[in-house]
Design a protein around this ligand. Structure first.
Ligand SMILES: *Cc1c(COP(=O)(O)O)cnc(C)c1O
Length: 496
């Protein structure tokens, strides 16, 4: 299978796409065709553990990796000492027609682990396959969760280093502590004086700067990306859509072939895009429901076919979705443009120069056959957390609660009661100040620090405080660097 750039040209292998991260000219790598599966192939997954399901799905995409290589990487990534649930991505039933796919059982308590535990193995093998002997320098811009997941994935992996930029005032206390206490000899964490879009724009500028590449090369280093623009981030995520569906089949909740809706809390459009890939491969997905917070640029896009960043940026209680420029949407646009890279390049140029583009009525109407979209503000999100706890006993994190609220709204508006899976992207303990406040009231948590909130949450929900959170209390802060948000300052910070 070969890979193309969304902005035209560039045919590469899977390992080359993963090693490079971003295509020349700023495009993203996409598979030349979507591998196709049929219902017996899907039904077969029902009898397999997560790791075997992963091997089946990944093998369809990673054609220049041997089956042994894929098996080895999957076994190392999804091992019982890294995930605290033997199912890896367990599916929990909430009511007759609603399930929650829990993607937060990895080392950093967010769904980013699903891809970032695997990616370092894929990158290391890609370097071998392509005769790359320089050190692979991973640069990451994070809205909070990717950073820590990348640091944990790459920490002390030979031949790599990992530098993370995060928005100084844009992440939760636990997220920040998780990052700045990271150990390992090859990790660096740098605060950016700006928001996530500033960090992401800066990192993208470094990736497309020949001058920066040359300065890195002079130090024996080559850049790669662990952000969801890297195809190696996307493909492991396709697996859990198949896995959730296989679980529904194996438990007799649906017959193989029946349609299912997925609702996905969305920021950079990576998670939900993986669901779209699964659907294009033949998984019976009816609607993919894109859930946003108050930064509802995607809700507006799916409502009108116009993407516009002329809007205020809000800091919300679901910070991993505080994004105005959703990078991975470009991969969907490539299909919307009938795979015309020049048209995608034109839209992206309009976005850069004018802050908006429109895909036109006809292309938009095709997109909304597969996608629906909605949003929830913080007040609605907090109310949803309390309501879910009352109704089901389950306490969702703030991002998952956004999705649950959007699903309720979707059902009320459309009457579509198709079985639905809420993709649950983080442990509530990662955002425990807001989650606990939603359950007991702001006043009760006002004077509590993150750890006291976690204790309170444990008491109310009857679940133990995850060991990773408890350990943060005693770990020393190892990373204190701060940089201005312009790319030149960020470049200097990397080279320093
Ligand atoms: C990253 C993240 C999201 C958004 O995922 P995208 O792939 O960027 O759309 C949602 N929830 C949590 C907890 C996250 O960490």
């Amino acid at each position: 299978m070969s890979y193309l750039s969304t902005r035209g040209g560039s045919v590469v292998t899977a390992s080359q796409a993963i090693l490079r991260g971003l295509a020349a000219g700023g495009g993203l790598y996409v598979p030349a065709v979507y591998p196709q599966v049929d219902l017996p192939w899907i039904a077969d997954l029902a009898g397999l553990p997560y790791t075997a399901r992963a091997v089946r799905v990944l093998s369809l995409y990673l054609e220049d990796y041997s089956p042994r290589e894929i098996e080895g990487a999957v076994a190392a990534a999804y091992s019982p000492d890294r995930f605290d649930d033997p199912a890896i991505a367990p599916l929990r039933q909430l009511d007759d027609s609603t399930w929650m796919l829990e993607l937060f059982h990895g080392p950093t308590l967010a769904f980013k682990d699903m891809a970032l535990q695997l990616l370092p193995h894929l990158i290391r093998m890609a370097a071998e396959k392509n005769g790359e002997h320089r050190e692979i320098s991973i640069l990451v811009a994070t809205s909070g969760d990717t950073g820590k997941a990348a640091l944990e994935g790459f920490r002390d992996v030979a031949g790599t280093s990992c530098t993370v930029f995060y928005p100084r005032d844009g992440v939760s206390d636990i997220q920040k502590l998780q990052m700045v206490t990271t150990g390992g000899s090859n990790t660096r964490v740098i605060a950016v004086e700006g928001n996530f879009d500033d960090a992401q724009t800066g990192v993208k500028a470094l990736f497309s700067s020949p001058d920066f590449a040359e300065r890195m090369n002079a130090r024996g280093r080559v850049l790669s990306s662990a952000n969801s623009i890297n195809f190696g981030r996307l493909v492991p995520q396709v697996v859990y859509y198949f896995s959730a569906y296989a679980d529904l089949v194996s438990r007799g909740d649906i017959v193989c072939g029946a349609p299912v809706n997925f609702v996905v809390p969305t920021g950079n459009f990576g998670d939900i895009l993986a669901g779209y890939y699964a659907a294009r491969m033949g998984l019976p997905v009816q609607k993919l429901i894109c859930a946003s917070n108050r930064n509802n640029v995607l809700t507006d896009f799916f409502a009108k076919g116009t993407y516009s960043v002329h809007r205020p940026f809000y800091k919300t209680a679901s910070p991993s979705m505080d994004i105005l420029v959703s990078s991975n949407l470009e991969r969907l646009l490539f299909d919307a443009a009938d795979r015309d890279g020049e048209l995608v390049a034109l839209w992206m140029q309009q976005l850069k120069e004018c802050g908006s583009y429109s895909v036109g009525e006809q292309r938009w109407s095709r997109l909304v056959e597969q996608f629906s979209a909605g949003f929830a503000n913080d007040r609605e999100t907090f109310a949803q957390i309390a309501q879910m706890h009352r109704r089901t006993g389950v306490v969702p994190d703030t991002h998952t609660a956004v999705a649950a609220r959007v699903l309720d709204n979707y059902r009320a508006e459309t009457g579509d009661l198709t079985p639905a899976v809420i993709v649950s992207t983080a442990s509530p303990y990662k955002f425990c100040a807001d989650v606990t406040a939603s359950l007991v009231g702001r006043d009760r948590v006002r004077d509590l620090d993150a750890f006291a909130c976690a204790e309170e949450l444990s008491r109310i929900s009857g679940t133990p405080v995850p060991a990773q959170v408890a350990a943060l209390r005693s770990l020393p802060v190892r990373h204190t660097a701060v940089t201005a948000r312009d790319p030149a300052a960020m470049a200097d910070a990397v080279l320093a």
